[in-house]
Each structure stands twice: as structure tokens, then as C-alpha cells.
Ligand binder design. Structure first.
Ligand code: NAD
Length: 401
């Protein structure tokens, strides 16, 4: 039986342990002490019991999965094929906790980190193990979310990247391979979905209900940008935006939204505090954040471009021009960010599309969206948005030969 050692038995480590054990791997779960790891395994067992109660798995399967989960210590990792780190997001703490692991595991085993925002290359180099250190970026909750971003550090041996990708696939995940860059794929390409929606709100293009509505019913997204950020939590969402924006040297495209940061400053963080863009205290959410400037005029050439773009997306006749403008701006900005990510060498088109579909449930990947809408139409729309916007955030990447 294959063995994986997992350091960190929090939300992610416990979830990854469940995924690996479900796929038939023996799991050694480690935390600051055995009790913490044991409690995490009890948490997984409780989840498995709920799955049995709901008829999703049978008792025999649940028992077999539980038997493969072991609370462990670093010194017991001498036979693991793979080691995954999922502790606190701090480079120095990760390095000091992982150095003893490097001593304990076989030379042939792969070292993976679940980091969302730290450099995989720097971690590998500081461990003295750059050739066998990769990113294995799961999404929360790991047993439910389909995607793993497999990250190649600048000096990771490609064979080790292939092995990690194969393991993730054998664990039932979809894999998107990417370079070691800030936000990897998903946390970068998804930014404009939130940011451009807030910019539409700030400019008074339309209200949250109308924008969420068009993104769901015409765009096919499961959640509109405002209900989604209320669900994620504006503190978490803006922190990711800030990190990605800073690490990419503050491109205008990814500039944090003033209105969203204001929500954080006021402690209206979304569903978890009962209020964010919407008030969630009643039976149905009620928008509390309105358009900043009621009835702003929208540039006529943008409206014309948005009508064509929205028609390219689908049956747009049931939506107002303002809704079409919001959809056009948000979706074009996502497609443009995907193009910049491609240009920056983050990943190839297929991996970016897989990542956005499996990682954040987009109805299509950004490149598939662009094909569907029409590449020329998307290019023309971005050109109109660029000439009518003064901060340059719709500038497209240079075309490579
Ligand atoms: P968490 O706070 O839920 O769990 C972290 C665990 O690590 C805790 O149980 C803690 O006791 C343990 N720990 C801390 N220092 C340790 C040490 N020196 N030795 C052993 N154990 C130690 O955190 P999390 O949300 O599971 O995140 C873990 C990692 O996964 C982070 O790098 C985070 O960026 C990344 N990540 C988080 C999410 C998410 O949505 N939570 C998603 C993807 C990636």
C-alpha cells in the first residue's frame, strides 16, 4: 500500500488525509502533538459517518478508510512515498517544521506543499530539496473540490511533477499544471470576477442583485460575484487580492476595490457576520450596498459593444443594457486575465480552462468562453473597454509570434 505523510491536521491537512485514505493510501497525519492529529482523524470519521448516514458510501468502505488513517510523528515517516505539508502559511515556520521531515523520509519520496501564496521554489531551495519539492494545491474542502494545482518550482525535477500529477489523478482529482507564480492559476484568474463587479457597483452601473442575476442566468455562473464574496468572506477575499496584486507588482488590473475593503474595515464580512454586500439575517438576502452613483451614464460605444458581447454569450434579450455592460466587463476582464496568465507563462490554455472549471466551477474555462463568444468579438470588446477606461486595466497582452 502507498504511504503519504501529511504535516498539519487543520482544515486542509485533514481534508487531504481523507482524500488519500479514500483512494486507498495509508496516511500518517502529523500535527504539533498526537492529540491534535487524533482529533483531526475523529473529525474525518464523523464526516465519513455522515456520508454513510446519507447513503453516499457504505459502512464497510467507511471503516476501511478510517483504518488507513493514523495519527503519527515525524520520526515514523521512514517509508512514505509522498510527504505533503499543510501547516500555517508562513515560510520560516514551514521550513523549520519541514527540515526534520526531510531527515526522516526516504530520499526517493516527493515533498509537496499545499501553500496558496508562498514560493514553492524558495521553500524547496531552503530545504535543500529543490529537485523534489512541488506544489500540490488543493482547494477547501479538499474532499469536495475537484481541482489540484500541481506547481513546478523553478528547479523541480519534471519527473517528480509528473509523479505528483499522476497521484492527484489517481486520488480522483483533476489536475492543472502551473508554474510557481503568485496566486498560481485560480487565485489569479478569478480576481477580476470579483474586482470588476465591485468596480461596476462603485461606478453605479447597476446594483448587486442585477449584476449577480445576469452573471448567473446569462453567464451560467453558479453564484454571482457579490453573493460569492459574501460567502467566501470579504476579509479572506480581499487578503488574497492584496497578496496577488502585491506579488505581481501591483498591476492596475488587480488593484483592490475600495468598496470591498470598506466592507472589511466596517466588519461587514459577509454571511459569517450576517451582513456584507447583502444582509443575510432574513429569509432572503437583501442588498445593502447599492450603486455608488445612481443612474450614471454609460458610454454609448460600451453599450453597443456590450449588446453584441452579451448576445455572443447567450439569450440576452431578457436583460437590461446595464446588466449586459456589467456581464461584458466582468467576463472580458476574466478572459483578459487568463490571457495575461498565459502570456506570463503561468500555465497553458488547457490547464487554465481546467483550473477555472474544476477549481471555481466556472461554466466554461476562459479560453473556451472566448471561443464560444468569438475571438474577434472578444478582442473588439476589450479594445472598446480599453479606449473608454482611463486606468488601462483592459489592455491586452502583446500577441506572441
Ligand atoms: P489550519 O490553521 O486549519 O491548520 C494548520 C494546522 O497546522 C493546525 O492544525 C496547526 O496546529 C498545524 N501546525 C502549525 N504549525 C505546525 C508545526 N510547526 N508542526 C506541525 N503542525 C503545525 O490551516 P489550513 O487552512 O489547513 O491551511 C494549511 C495550508 O493550506 C496553508 O499553507 C494554507 O495557505 C493552505 N491552503 C488553505 C486553504 C484554505 O482554504 N484554508 C486552501 C488551500 C490551501
Amino acid at each position: 500500500m502507498h504511504k503519504v505523510g501529511i504535516l498539519g491536521a487543520g482544515a486542509m491537512g485533514a481534508g487531504i488525509a481523507q482524500v488519500a485514505a479514500t483512494a486507498g493510501w495509508s496516511v500518517q497525519l502529523i500535527d504539533v502533538d498526537l492529540d491534535t492529529a487524533t482529533r483531526a482523524i475523529e473529525g474525518v470519521s464523523a464526516r465519513l459517518k455522515r456520508s454513510v448516514d446519507k447513503g453516499r458510501i457504505n459502512q464497510e468502505t467507511a471503516t476501511a478508510i478510517q483504518k488507513r488513517l493514523h495519527a503519527s510523528t515525524v520520526s515514523e515517516l521512514s517509508e512514505c512515498d509522498l510527504f505533503i505539508e499543510a501547516i500555517v502559511e508562513d515560510m520560516d515556520i514551514k521550513v523549520s517544521a519541514m527540515l526534520p521531515v526531510v531527515e526522516a523520509i526516504p530520499n526517493s519520496s516527493i515533498i509537496a506543499t499545499n501553500t496558496s501564496s508562498l514560493s514553492v521554489s524558495e521553500l524547496g531551495q531552503r530545504l535543500g530539496q529543490a529537485h523534489r519539492t512541488c506544489g500540490m494545491h488543493f482547494f477547501n474542502p479538499a474532499p469536495v473540490m475537484r481541482l489540484v494545482e500541481v506547481v513546478k518550482g523553478s528547479r523541480t525535477n519534471p519527473e517528480n511533477v509528473d509523479r505528483v500529477a499522476d497521484i492527484a489523478l489517481s486520488w480522483g482529482k483533476q489536475v492543472a499544471r502551473c508554474a510557481d507564480t503568485p496566486g498560481f492559476i485560480v487565485n489569479r484568474v478569478a480576481r477580476p470576477y470579483y474586482l470588476e463587479a465591485f468596480r461596476c457597483l462603485e461606478e453605479g452601473i447597476d446594483g448587486p442583485d442585477a449584476i449577480d442575476d445576469v452573471m448567473k442566468r446569462l453567464g451560467g455562473f453558479r453564484m454571482g460575484p457579490f453573493e460569492l464574496t459574501d460567502f467566501i468572506g470579504h476579509d479572506v477575499n480581499t487578503a488574497t487580492t492584496r497578496t496577488v496584486w502585491e506579488q505581481w507588482n501591483r498591476p492596475t488590473r488587480l488593484t483592490p476595490s475600495f468598496a470591498q475593503e470598506q466592507l472589511v474595515a466596517e466588519g461587514t464580512l459577509g454571511r459569517k457576520t450576517g451582513c456584507g454586500v447583502y444582509d443575510w439575517s432574513g429569509e432572503a438576502p437583501v442588498a445593502v450596498l447599492g450603486p455608488a452613483q445612481e443612474c450614471c451614464t454609460v458610454n454609448a460605444s460600451v453599450v453597443s459593444a456590450a449588446r453584441l458581447f452579451a448576445e455572443g454569450v447567450g439569450q440576452s434579450t431578457a436583460f437590461t443594457d446595464r446588466q449586459s455592460v456589467a456581464l461584458t466587463r466582468i467576463l472580458s476582464a476574466v478572459i483578459n486575465e487568463a490571457s495575461w496568465a498565459l502570456h506570463d507563462g503561468v500555465a497553458d490554455q488547457a490547464d487554465i480552462d481546467i483550473a477555472m472549471q474544476a477549481g471555481v466551477n466556472y461554466p466554461h474555462g476562459p479560453f473556451a468562453w472566448a471561443e464560444h463568444i468569438g475571438l474577434d468579438l472578444v478582442a473588439e470588446t476589450l479594445a472598446v473597454l480599453n479606449t473608454t477606461t482611463d486606468d488601462g486595466r483592459f489592455v491586452t497582452p502583446p500577441v506572441s509570434n
